[in-house]
Ligand binder design. Structure first.
Ligand code: CA
Length: 420
């Protein structure tokens, strides 16, 4: 592999080497929002790069916006063109004198939501998660009969999506204990996280025009980490018959950097291998290329730091480690299914994978599964235990891609602290 190095020294070995170039929106002063790309511990200000004549035409115009939607709308060719240009600018020593003054220290910038998210849909694509959760409620029949035929999802709430580091207010809601006669209203006592990956819609489709599976990836701009905070006690009482509502829509945290499909190309994987006896997907969800390369080899981790750990100066501890390869449905299948009835997706819409859990006990993507709904509390190194999240708990999601012969890339962090 011919390795091109960036002249930004912190790039190599970080989550953001030259091979990554994720896109996001940042501000140095309130109200001055700029599109940027992360490189090492710096951000290249793409508005400044456009103003300096370093980017061209429509791509330059999109990079002058204060949000990524315009770039997302332009499609994968524009993403590829921008990536090629940024690679040149950040590796060519002759470009250095023009580009270096446009770098901002990440420590000096505040990250903002990368896009104006018009709509948000959350899927349920991990069969391990669906089975584990189903087993808690229906031990005899954990997986519902539709699961292997239809990518299950629900419409989430875009307005309460926040970017990493925003505090998470413990939600109030109606809950009903199993032995209680009536529900009561008050703070959730079973607050949980869900380890997920979000994916942003690129150009999208007109109302009434479905996106075929073979074209679906042209409509995926890039991926981020996503924490679908969930109040399990509120959820248990409200979810029938129409599914999640207030148990989910009080907050969803995403990581600020969108890792593009181009950066993820070396880390593509086969789609999930359906076990013998599982039905083949219906024709509109079936495509040779998607079977061969529809998966993503992305390691996903959850780390927890309690208030007690923080005051003792202790580091966060990892509570699980999974991989996006373990999804039963590919991202492309989810996107195609979403549009299959003619529903239109718009640039900047956010879709999410659902909780990513694997087959093993150390790869479960939420506390509901890890603690068996509180029956087996998680024991932390300092002796504290957790059934669900307590006030002061900080949840940190991390994601990265590693493969022999490839430069490792990462997603940065998606974190939030629960406040009462
Ligand atoms: Ca979820």
């Amino acid at each position: 592999m011919a390795v091109t190095r960036s002249w930004v020294e912190s790039a190599l070995g970080s989550d953001f080497p030259l091979e990554n170039l994720p896109l996001g929106v940042f501000q140095r002063r309130p109200g001055v929002r700029c599109v940027g790309t992360a490189i090492g511990d710096r951000i290249l200000d793409l508005r400044a790069a456009a103003d300096a004549g370093l980017l061209k035409n429509e791509v330059a115009a999109a990079c002058r916006q204060d949000i990524l939607n315009a770039l997302m709308a332009m499609g994968r060719d524009a993403s590829r063109e921008l990536r090629t240009r940024l690679t040149e600018l950040l590796s060519d020593s002759a470009a250095r004198k023009h580009v270096e003054p446009l770098l901002v220290r990440q420590a000096d910038a505040e990250m903002l939501l990368p896009a104006k998210i018009g709509d948000y849909t959350d899927f349920y694509a991990s069969i391990y998660h669906a089975t584990n959760v189903g087993r808690l409620f229906r031990p005899e029949n954990p997986l519902l009969p539709n699961y292997k035929w239809v990518p299950i999802g629900y419409h989430g709430r875009a307005s309460s999506i926040v970017v990493s580091e925003a505090e998470i207010q413990r939600p109030n809601g109606q809950t009903k204990a199993a032995d209680a006669v009536e529900p009561k209203f008050g703070p959730s006592r079973m607050l949980d996280y869900e380890l997920e990956v979000g994916f942003f819609v690129g150009p999208g489709n007109a109302l009434g025009e479905a996106i075929p599976l073979r074209e679906a990836e042209e409509h995926i701009f890039g991926l981020c980490l996503l924490n679908d905070w969930s109040a399990r006690d509120i959820q248990a009482w409200e979810y029938q018959p129409l599914g999640p509502f207030l148990a989910k829509n009080f907050a969803t945290t995403i990581s600020p950097w969108v890792v593009t499909m181009e950066a993820l190309e070396p880390f593509r994987a086969e789609a999930f291998k359906r076990p013998e006896g599982d039905p083949a997907p219906l024709e509109y969800l079936s495509d040779e290329r998607d079977r061969e390369r529809g998966g993503f080899d992305i390691t996903l981790e959850v780390w927890l730091r309690t208030a007690q750990m923080r005051s003792a100066g202790a580091d966060a501890v990892r509570v699980s480690k999974g991989n996006l390869r373990d999804l039963y449905w590919t991202l492309a299948q989810m996107l195609t299914h979403h549009t299959s009835n003619g529903c239109d997706l718009e640039p900047g819409d956010l879709l999410a994978s659902g909780t990513v859990s694997g087959a093993t006990a150390d790869s479960l993507g939420c506390l509901l599964e890890i603690t068996q709904r509180g029956a087996r509390p998680l024991v932390l190194p300092d002796g504290e235990t957790r059934k669900f999240l307590e006030d002061g708990d900080e949840v940190i999601l991390r994601g990265y891609c590693e493969r022999e012969g490839q430069v490792r890339i990462g997603f940065g962090e998606c974190k939030g602290t629960v406040v009462g």
